[in-house]
Design a protein around this ligand. Structure first.
Ligand code: AMP
Ligand code: MG
Length: 335
């Protein structure tokens, strides 16, 4: 039997096959993301996309690392949380491959996979995770054998908020990188900016967050004639500061000194900078994995599968997906 663990990621718009070798060393994934011309992600269309490109991408993943299917010793897949139709495609591919190759199958928690690839890549031990992605925004820490959610969005994910704001301005998905570029442009034109005329509501709700009011208010600024790049700058400042504030309180409460960023919005340089400032003010450290491991990727699924396989596998009759799987439902059985 082979020694590699294959990881399959299909929680939303990205299908990705990643690989981890017998020592748990991760290798870059072969990924393809559905980018709708207009509107958001339609779960059924994303699932159809995953079905259409799966065979080609699997072959690409094998070729990228010069391995063959017989080198695979286990198949890991995202069991949840995510969009049902998308998750089901990944689970079906995983079941099919594991059965055909007669190797163990393991369903893993997507959010926990973001944490573990970050810990591994950044060499941090016991961080508070600020997980900022399209659909998720959570502040997470390891307490009593589980990753506990200490704060999270009460409405939409921060990335969805950025994407939706961008979409309303005619900017295609993903909007986050373009907003970052426009905000940087505004800063280069206005090296000492003020919030005058650009004030937005704060997204903090106790230890939780809420972004839909911020989205509405940013749109209102645009409707009232504020320049797009100025609003992008203000939107980033308000949204990111809210996340960093909750993360800081989580660090203070848990007594942890490491902050780890994960999720697609963690690609943003201003977000990384704010986290660095906060952590160094507390005499702590802030870490962010390479961008290819911030966004959704199969490698992190393979890595968590590899870690968990030492203690458990998933039987076929327990392999159903769980759209609503919570971060704290997964016992930490690895170190
Ligand atoms: P994920 O859901 O983790 O795959 O991440 C996708 C989300 O990350 C989308 O909402 C993107 O707009 C967002 N994103 C990617 N790059 C950036 C960036 N540089 N700044 C802000 N958001 C970003
Ligand atoms: Mg994700």
């Amino acid at each position: 039997m082979g020694t590699w663990t294959l990881g399959i990621e299909t929680t939303a718009h990205t299908l990705s096959f990643g690989l981890v070798d017998g020592e748990g060393i991760p290798y870059p994934a072969a990924s393809d993301t559905l980018r709708p011309d207009k509107g958001g992600i339609h779960p059924r269309e994303a699932a159809d996309h995953h079905k259409d490109v799966a065979s080609m991408l699997f072959t690409k993943a094998m070729e990228m690392h010069s391995i063959s299917p017989s080198d695979i010793g286990a198949v890991a897949y995202s069991q949840g949380p995510g969009l049902g139709p998308c998750l089901r495609v990944g689970a079906a591919i995983a079941r099919g491959l594991a059965t055909k190759m007669d190797v163990p199958l393991i369903g893993v928690n997507h959010c926990v996979a973001h944490i573990e690839i970050g810990r591994q890549q950044c060499g941090c031990d016991d961080p508070v995770l600020l997980y900022v992605s399209g659909g998720n925004t959570q502040v997470i820490a390891r307490l009593n054998g589980r990753y506990r959610v200490l704060g999270e969005t009460l409405d939409i994910g921060i990335g969805n908020m950025l994407d939706k704001f961008a979409r309303n301005q005619g900017i295609p998905f993903p909007g986050g990188p373009k907003i970052e570029q426009l905000a940087a442009e505004y800063l280069s034109e206005n090296p000492t900016p003020t919030m005058e005329g650009l004030q937005l509501p704060y997204a903090v709700r106790g230890m939780d967050l809420a972004f839909s009011g911020l989205l509405t208010a940013a749109q209102r600024l645009i409707d009232n004639g504020a320049p797009l790049n100025a609003v992008c700058w203000s939107l980033q400042e308000h949204a990111f500061a809210s996340c960093v504030e909750v993360a800081e309180r989580a660090m203070a409460h848990t007594g942890k000194s490491e902050l780890l960023l994960g999720g697609g919005v963690a690609c943003n340089n201003r977000m990384r900078e704010m986290c660095n400032l906060m952590a160094s003010d507390r005499e702590g450290t802030s870490h962010a994995p390479p961008r290819m491991y911030c966004i959704d990727n199969g490698t992190m699924i393979g890595l968590l599968g590899w870690l968990e396989l030492q203690k458990r596998t998933t039987a076929l009759d327990e392999s159903a997906i769980d759209q609503y799987l919570r971060t704290d439902q997964t016992p930490i059985v690895w170190s």
